[in-house]
Write a protein that binds this ligand. Structure first.
Ligand SMILES: *[C@@H]1O[C@H](CO)[C@@H](O)[C@H](O)[C@H]1NC(C)=O
Ligand SMILES: *[C@@H]1O[C@H](CO)[C@@H](O)[C@H](O)[C@H]1NC(C)=O
Ligand SMILES: *[C@@H]1O[C@H](CO)[C@@H](O)[C@H](O)[C@H]1NC(C)=O
Ligand SMILES: *[C@@H]1O[C@H](CO)[C@@H](O)[C@H](O)[C@H]1NC(C)=O
Length: 318
């Protein structure tokens, strides 16, 4: 599923295009073509390369001119650009990336907003539920388990936020000696889009809202804020921060984290400026608070491909 990150299309766009096409046809053919398109879609998750170029065409329909078929095939080709790397036929992992310009970063996790599945649960659960992949989530379980078991020399961790136009924010952390949660701290932060983050104060009680953690704030069964980098609490309207994943409609405390029809939970909010923002500004649809479609976690190993524990970390050579 995670190849969609680096492709110019995704199954949703494709489905919409197919629907659009089908809408211009009479009922019977539309059904046939939709079923074919669905087959291509479902099958395409496993082996997109093959479907895009030599997969079975839609079922022929004798009652209709075959130019519809050609258009459908054109549509499929258009949606399957040739830049994709060939995928291994048998051992494809759900989160493999094929970004040859930057092979050092290995995708471990992608969590998608608005699907009703909590990102924190997906990231912290020991076992991965492969049915999540139908919604675009993915986790590279071999990397994940190795990291979790202390068998990986993780050198850097990158958290990225995406919307429909691509990467909107990247945070890079020192991953040396980290586990799946401990990398996400201010002390390990190497770079971020936010100039005031490195020097911000994260001390004091949780109640003052100075938080920088994956576990975030889930107090009193009324909050469910994860991957939380927050500057302060100020009675909702004064709440300010840099990044938050607000996970659940059942645990909403402030108007700014309330879901809407267009933006169901989980909701990923972040500052699009170079500093902290008022979360409440998201309600006025101002530009300062961005909504991300997805969040990814990449790692760079000390020695690309290494899964040993013996090799010492070498720092400062870059
Ligand atoms: C590959 O990674 C580089 C560096 O992170 C990025 O600039 C580029 O857009 C990526 N390429 C694709 C096709 O996603
Ligand atoms: C997780 O996976 C292990 C090994 O496959 C299995 O024994 C265990 O029951 C699973 N746990 C859950 C909560 O599904
Ligand atoms: C990364 O963390 C390790 C362990 O805490 C430390 O020794 C190293 O100096 C850090 N590197 C950078 C670039 O911050
Ligand atoms: C932050 O952005 C503002 C305007 O967007 C700019 O004027 C200011 O110089 C930036 N601050 C830093 C530290 O780059």
């Amino acid at each position: 599923m995670c190849e969609s990150l680096i492709s110019t299309t995704n199954p949703t766009d494709f489905a919409q295009n197919s629907l659009h096409l089908a809408g211009r046809m009479d009922g019977a053919l539309a059904v046939v073509l939709m079923l074919s398109a669905m087959a291509v879609l479902l099958f395409g998750v496993e082996s997109q390369q093959r479907v895009c170029y030599s997969g079975p065409p839609p079922e022929p329909d004798p009652d209709n001119p075959d130019h519809w078929m050609k258009q459908v095939m054109q549509e499929i080709r258009k949606n399957c650009p040739g830049r994709r790397q060939p995928t291994p036929a048998v051992t494809e992992k759900p989160c493999t990336t094929a970004n040859s310009t930057d092979p050092e970063w290995r995708l471990v996790f992608k969590g998608v907003a608005g699907t009703g599945v909590k990102l924190h649960d997906m990231w912290t659960a020991m076992n991965w539920t492969s049915s999540y992949e139908a919604s675009g989530h993915c986790r590279d379980n071999s990397l994940y388990q190795a990291w979790r078991n202390g068998q990986l020399n993780v050198r850097r961790v990158k958290l990225s936020l995406y919307d429909s136009s691509g990467v909107r924010a990247e945070l890079i952390f020192n991953g040396t000696g980290s586990d799946i949660k401990s990398w996400f701290t201010q002390t390990r932060l190497i770079s971020s889009p936010w100039d005031d983050l490195k020097s911000a104060q994260f001390t004091g009680s949780v109640g003052n809202g100075r938080l920088f953690s994956i576990d975030g704030d889930v107090r009193l069964l009324s909050l469910d804020r994860r991957f939380f980098i927050n500057n302060n609490y100020g009675s909702c309207a004064g709440d300010k921060g840099w990044l938050v994943v607000t996970e659940s409609a059942a645990r909403v405390h402030c108007p700014w984290e309330t879901e809407t029809a267009a933006y169901p939970h989980p909701i990923i909010l972040y500052s699009t400026t170079n500093q902290t923002v008022s979360w409440d500004d998201v309600r006025s649809n101002g530009a300062a608070v961005g909504r991300a479609d997805s969040l990814t976690i990449h790692i760079m190993l000390s020695e690309p491909g290494s899964t040993t524990t013996a090799r010492p970390e070498v720092e400062g050579e870059q």
